[in-house]
Each structure stands twice: as structure tokens, then as C-alpha cells.
Design a protein around this ligand. Structure first.
Ligand SMILES: C[S@@+](CC[C@H](N)C(=O)[O-])C[C@H]1O[C@@H](n2cnc3c(N)ncnc32)[C@H](O)[C@@H]1O
Length: 344
């Protein structure tokens, strides 16, 4: 790999925390901050009830399984959001007059290509900077974007949302994009922390495009997260292979099963791993362990469902002013566009 100079999208304070990991891809150097990646996992697994942060799902296998989920007949989210973007990208890019598009949790950025197409058509270029913990997905996005939009500058940021967001120069007019209702994977306190951090990191010329899945009939929701082919089950249980690798733990996928349901009170799908036999889970690197009794469960992921009008109102608390709302004919999914309000 040729030596690459750090891109100008980075703020001067953050630039040194990123190093080239592949062509046009930068990785966040967590070692320099002396963060132990195993500690947060241990904290959530020893919590009551036990749970995991969503990003652990996306090792290489998990990222591939997620791509398969997006194509499943039951998983209406991707095709519904994609259809809205296909129709509304022109208007979104006309409103958001920016030089840079930063995508959070980008995956392979397939749907974002509609926005990039408009950006190059209306402004003849700019920068695209997807942020993701999945290096394999960033590579797929890079190859597709470079091939289809040679005029765009591509900088993949391999790291967590908060590190990627903080790295972007506040003076650069930017459209932050967060698709796939991925925001629904945050629990209540994560959600508040996320919006606060995003808003604090945005400059006065920045916009935010948020894709959210809406509250709807329970049967539709439950099917979308419990598909007939069992791909979602594989995706959720695969998280333990990643945790084992990270922590030298002994989770055994043969001694667990998948269970999901829609919790109407909290308006969220809950996805669990349920123990099918009493077992002792050990973390030798941290001299820790816990007993996982039969039928006891670990909350691996949630997917919150939203009321778009309410969300628009709530984001104003964080200085994000609603600018536009796009939806599909069945009103299953919403794309919300916000502007950073200059008064906050
Ligand atoms: C539900 S997928 C959505 C992918 C794509 N945006 C879409 O709409 O289809 C979530 C994506 O966010 C990434 N991700 C999850 N947690 C993350 C975190 N804390 N920081 C950065 N990326 C994260 C995953 O690797 C994955 O690519």
C-alpha cells in the first residue's frame, strides 16, 4: 500500500488518531487511547439483564449475513427505504448544499449511491466518508464508489460512530447520513448520548438525514426479525463467535437458541439468545465468569420503532431542526432531514 497523507476532512485535533489501514481507508487507533476493547463487553454481559452492544454483530461473517437479511422477503426495511431514496435523493441533495457526505454505520453503502449520484450531478464532486466498524463492508463500498463515481473523493473511516463523527472538521459543510433504522439499535441512554454527541460535532452548515422504521402491525414486525430461512437467527447467534475471539470466552452456539418478539410497551423488537443447557461462561483474560442457567436469556439486539413526528420534536432538544419528511405510500418507513440550528 502506498503511503497516504491524512485527508483534509479530519479536524486538526483528531487527525493523528487515524492511520491508513487499506487504500483510502483509515482506522481509529484505539490503542493510543489505551482502551481495552474487552471491558465494555464484560460490563454489559455482567449487567442484569445481560446484553450486548450492537456493533459486536458485525464481524466479517455478521456483515455478510446482514447483507443477506436485507434481501429477505420478510425484511421490508431495506427495499422500502431504498425506494424512498431513489425518488427523493434529488430533493435531499438540493436542500443539503454540502461538500461532504458522511455516512454512519454505512455497511456497503448501496442505498447511499442514490445520494452520491445526485451529489456528483448537482455539485460535480465532493467527498464521501463512510464510518463503520466493519472493514470488509468499507472495502466493498470503496470499490463500488470509486468505480461508479470517479470524481468523488472516498475516505473510509474504520471505527465507532463517536470516533468517526468527532474526527470530521466542523468547518466542512457536511450531510451526516444514518440509514437502515440503525439508530433503533440504541437503548434509551445510548440514543440520548448519540444525538448529543452528533449535534455537538456538527457545524452550522451541516445537515442530518435519518432513516427510521415506523411503529406498525406486530405481525409484520415480528416476521421481519424471524425469517423463515433462519438467517436472522444465524446473524444474532454469530455474535458469540466474535465475543469468543475478542475475549477468549467459551460461548457454545450449540447450547443456545434464538428468540425474538415485539415489545409493544417499549415499541421495540427484542432479539435474544436463550440458553438451552446450564453452562458456565468464562473470560480467562479478565479472570471473570458467570453461570448461564437453562432458559435464561441474553439481549443481543433491539430494534426500536418510531413515530416520525415525535422524533422530529425530540431532536429539536438537541438543536436539530426538522427540514423535510419523506415516506413511502404505506407509511412504513421515514426519512427525516434536519438542519443544525445555529442558535444551539
Ligand atoms: C443495521 S446495519 C445498516 C447498514 C446500512 N447502513 C443499511 O442501511 O443497510 C448497521 C451497520 O452499522 C455498523 N455499526 C454498528 N454499530 C456501529 C458502531 N458503534 N460504530 C460504527 N459502525 C457501527 C455495522 O457494521 C453495520 O454495517
Amino acid at each position: 500500500m502506498k503511503k497516504q497523507s491524512r485527508p483534509s476532512i479530519f479536524s486538526s485535533a483528531q487527525r493523528d488518531l487515524w492511520r491508513a489501514v487499506d487504500s483510502s481507508i483509515w482506522t481509529f487507533d484505539a490503542d493510543r487511547l489505551r482502551r481495552d476493547p474487552a471491558l465494555p463487553v464484560l460490563q454489559t454481559l455482567l449487567d442484569q439483564p445481560r446484553w450486548l452492544e450492537a456493533h459486536h454483530l458485525y464481524d466479517e461473517t455478521g456483515s455478510k449475513l446482514f447483507e443477506t437479511i436485507c434481501e429477505l422477503p420478510e425484511y421490508y426495511l431495506t427495499r422500502t427505504e431504498s425506494a424512498i431514496l431513489a425518488q427523493k435523493a434529488e430533493e435531499i441533495i438540493r436542500i443539503a448544499q454540502v461538500d461532504c457526505i458522511v455516512e454512519l454505520g454505512a455497511g456497503t453503502s448501496q442505498k447511499t449511491l442514490y445520494l452520491l449520484k445526485e451529489q456528483t450531478r448537482q455539485r460535480r464532486g465532493g467527498t464521501f466518508a463512510p464510518i463503520d466498524v466493519s472493514l470488509s463492508s468499507l472495502k466493498v463500498a470503496r470499490d463500488a464508489v470509486k468505480k461508479q463515481f470517479p470524481r468523488l473523493t472516498f475516505h473510509g473511516l474504520h471505527g465507532k460512530y463517536q470516533d468517526g463523527i468527532a474526527a470530521i472538521d466542523k468547518d466542512l459543510p457536511t450531510l451526516f447520513v444514518f440509514l437502515g433504522s440503525t439508530v433503533g439499535n440504541f437503548n434509551h441512554s445510548e440514543l440520548i448520548g448519540f444525538f448529543q454527541h452528533l449535534s455537538d460535532s456538527m457545524g452550522p452548515r451541516d445537515f442530518f438525514l435519518l432513516g427510521v422504521d415506523r411503529v406498525k402491525k406486530r405481525e409484520l414486525l415480528e416476521k421481519a426479525y424471524n425469517d423463515a430461512q433462519g438467517v436472522t437467527a444465524k446473524f444474532i447467534l454469530n455474535v458469540f463467535a466474535n465475543v469468543n475471539r475478542l475475549m477468549g470466552a467459551n460461548f457454545d452456539s450449540r447450547k443456545m437458541r434464538y428468540h425474538s418478539w415485539y415489545n409493544p410497551e417499549w415499541q421495540q423488537i427484542e432479539m435474544y439468545a436463550v440458553s438451552t443447557a446450564a453452562q458456565e461462561i468464562r473470560f480467562p483474560s479478565h479472570a471473570a465468569s458467570f453461570s448461564w442457567p437453562k432458559d435464561d436469556r441474553i439481549l443481543v439486539e433491539i430494534s426500536r420503532k418510531f413515530d416520525p413526528a415525535r422524533l422530529q420534536q425530540q431532536l429539536q432538544w438537541f438543536g436539530l431542526k426538522p427540514v423535510a419528511h419523506f415516506t413511502d405510500p404505506k407509511e412504513w418507513f421515514s426519512l427525516l432531514l434536519f438542519h443544525k440550528s445555529s442558535s444551539s
